[in-house]
Design a protein around this ligand. Structure first.
Ligand code: EPS
Length: 383
């Protein structure tokens, strides 16, 4: 399964095309919309989210509620486009208010204008904006629809916002996704959630922004997905790349990640036990469900760090690209914190990687063949 997206933040719409989707996967636009709404929520989101009501239009690839094996084209209209018709006009002359010349430190603005030989940062920021992640979430919902047929569930929760962190990270198997979805910081602990909201309030009052850390996990994954024989097969590498493709993600860990580097091997690797009836059992999951570039049958546990959003209401110094004079970096409106939203985007990315890995292992043309192959595979695993 592959996807591509198109669309500018203030253009007419965002588009996702998901290719190589097996036939026969039930796809429900309402389920895609639920994920789009989950991405829009979150304490600390900015004014744009009050304007948008992201809803998908399924243009192709689905008939009578199921995929038909052709590319699935998805469109999400930008309600805000109406306010930007002149700025984002496809033809005609540029209007004055369209131009942005004060690049924001931390955003794609400066390297983007240097690369593309333009002085107008808007050419860059319109596409580099994290608005594009709405299209990824729609694409990921198609992958999730396949995974749910294969018995896999993807979930996420937030463990840190700024300096406020959960003291102990819970096992993803104990997470109640409904209550996480009900939390505007996607945090499983109410006391910590309150402190996170207070930190976001304080950052807003200071003209600041805040980053954080989230966990994205997959439950019910069979062992042996991915591969050890070639660099491109390694699932941890593919998950890492997928996570780092999300705007503002600066670090990724699988399982114990960086913490494992400080401990001796006997405290890092997960013993292998055999229990009659249960089969091979791993009493711990320091590996985060991945060994040797393959799933090992335990939950896949990924942790990602998001930097604070670069658009600051109390901006950092920048340079006006038209005059080369010092100037404050551009600001219009922004989120104070988008960590909960990024966690939902990461679910989509993880789902797309895993759906593809399942297709590699069990065939990717139609769901019924995949299910047959999966059953045979499960039946021959050591029990
Ligand atoms: C976003 C929409 C954007 C930003 C945000 C994400 O809308 P606007 O630019 O109109 O306010 O709110 O983008 C960023 C944080 C960023 O740095 O680009 C969205 O739909 O998630």
């Amino acid at each position: 399964m592959r996807y591509t997206t198109a669309g500018e933040s203030h253009g007419r719409a965002l588009v996702a095309i998901v290719s190589d989707v097996p036939a026969g996967v039930p796809v429900d636009a309402a389920a895609i919309d639920r994920d789009l709404a989950r991405r829009q929520r979150g304490y600390g989101r900015g004014g744009r989210m009050a304007i948008e009501r992201d809803q998908v239009q399924v243009l192709s690839g689905v008939r009578f509620g199921a995929t038909i094996g052709s590319p699935v084209a998805l469109v999400i209209a930008n309600r805000d486009w109406d306010q930007w018709l002149d700025v984002m006009a496809v033809s005609g002359e540029p209007v004055d208010r369209a131009r942005v010349t004060a690049p924001r430190p931390g955003h794609a603005d400066l390297p983007g204008v240097l690369r593309n030989a333009t002085h107008d940062v808007r050419d860059i920021l319109e596409r580099a904006s994290a608005r594009e992640t709405a299209a990824r979430v729609a694409a990921g919902a198609v992958a999730k629809a396949l995974l749910s047929q294969l018995g896999v569930r993807v979930l996420s929760f937030v463990t840190r916002i700024g300096e406020v962190a959960l003291p102990n990270e819970p096992d993803p198997r104990t997470i109640d996704s409904d209550s996480i979805d009900a939390s505007d910081v996607r945090c499983p602990d109410e006391r910590v959630s309150q402190a996170m909201r207070a930190a976001i309030d304080a950052a807003r009052a200071d003209g600041e922004s805040l980053g954080g850390v989230f966990v994205v996990a997959a439950l019910g994954v069979v062992p042996g997905l991915g591969g050890y024989a070639e660099a491109g097969q390694r699932l941890d590498a593919r998950i890492g790349a997928a996570m780092l493709s999300i705007p503002a993600i600066k670090g990724v860990e699988i399982g114990d990640g960086f913490a494992a580097a400080a401990r001796p091997g006997s405290q890092v690797h997960d013993p292998i036990l055999y229990r009659k009836g249960e089969g091979i059992v791993r009493p711990t999951n320091h590996a985060g469900g991945i060994e040797g570039g393959m799933t090992n049958g335990e939950p896949v546990v990924v942790r990602a760090a998001m930097k604070p959003i670069p658009t600051l209401m109390r901006p950092l110094p920048s340079v006006d690209l038209a005059t080369l004079e010092p100037v404050d970096a551009a600001k219009e409106r922004s989120d104070v914190c988008a960590v909960p939203a990024a966690a939902v985007v990461a679910e989509a990315e993880l789902a797309l990687v895993l759906a593809t890995a399942y297709q590699e292992a069990f065939g990717g043309r139609c769901l019924s063949d995949m299910l047959d192959a999966l059953e045979r595979y499960k039946a021959r695993l050591v029990r």
